[in-house]
Ligand binder design. Structure first.
Ligand SMILES: N[C@@H]1[C@@H](O)[C@H](O)[C@@H](COP(=O)(O)O)O[C@@H]1O
Length: 277
């Protein structure tokens, strides 16, 4: 596990986009060799998507041979509702790049059989050969995707009832009316994300500081599901200074002195190569 501490949310977005650019470029995808990317929604990754769109327009990256799997989707929200994750992904990212819509997978929260839909999603990931890079965000309660506190750390894609903290955190997208936030979601499991070859989790803002501290300084704990990634062989937590406020000085110094300068000091083309822990 590596913790990359950057100055602010804009720099985190830029760093994350460059990381994706580098991984996709290194992989050199083609018709018989697709790069498989796991994607999050929420406010945190928006800057990264904007930067990736810019890279695409500048001809630095193509998504033609990239297959994507999104982490989660609300249950029962119409696909064209402005807060559905389908709508978010299409408007914030997919429609701006050359991705094949048939290869951009988002769970269907309106499927007649939600259990079958979750099984189908797991099967599609398997058929794609697994995820090369899963990008995630977290809630202030340390959930990854919609794996709420208490979720099994070996869980697979399934229906989850949302925790009160999540409804509170997400009501800002529903006119600040908690009663309008869907009560359930489909989500990849912790185990689904753990199967990815590499994981990058973006954490910004002081409201995520406690979750980051629980994620990296305390033991693996199903009440802070993102902490499971301490046991993943290749996970990067990329955060801003504000998110470090609950960390020990010792932790911050260790990662700033020993990790970040190494990543930033090397030539751009060689950045982000890190051995697994
Ligand atoms: N299910 C999503 C998560 O996948 C996301 O990571 C989280 C954080 O969102 P934000 O980046 O807006 O804080 O929100 C929701 O709960």
């Amino acid at each position: 596990m590596r913790l990359i501490i950057l100055e602010d949310a804009d720099i985190v977005a830029d760093w994350a986009a460059r990381f994706v650019l580098q991984r996709v470029t290194q992989f050199a995808p083609g018709p018989d060799k697709r790069f498989v990317l796991g994607l999050p929604t929420g406010g945190t990754p928006l800057g990264m998507y904007r930067k990736l769109i810019q890279f695409y327009k500048e001809g630095k990256i193509s998504f033609k041979y990239v297959t994507t799997f999104n982490m989660d989707e609300y249950v029962g929200l119409p696909r064209d509702h402005p807060e559905s994750y389908h709508y978010y992904m299409w408007n914030e990212f997919f429609k701006h790049v050359d991705i094949d819509p048939a290869q951009a997978h988002v769970l269907d929260g309106n499927a007649p059989d939600l259990v079958a839909e979750c099984a189908r999603f797991e099967r599609l990931i398997q058929e794609a050969g697994g995820v090369h890079l899963f990008i995630g965000g977290i809630g202030p309660d340390g959930h990854i995707a919609f794996n709420e506190p208490g979720s099994s750390l070996v869980s697979r894609t399934r229906v989850k009832t949302l925790a009160y903290d999540t409804l509170e955190a997400n009501k800002r997208f529903f006119g600040n009316d908690i009663s309008k936030v869907p009560r359930q979601a489909l989500t990849v499991g912790v185990g689904t994300v753990m199967d990815a070859k590499e994981v990058m989790i973006l954490i910004t803002g002081v409201h995520k500081a406690l979750a980051l501290a629980k994620a990296v300084e305390e033991g693996v704990n199903h009440m802070w599901t993102v902490s499971a990634f301490q046991q993943h062989p290749q996970t990067l937590f990329v955060c801003d200074e504000a998110a470090t406020l609950e960390l020990r000085v010792k932790t911050v110094k260790y990662f700033k002195v020993t990790i970040t300068p190494v990543c930033l000091a090397v030539p751009e083309a060689e950045r982000f190569d890190h051995p697994s822990d």
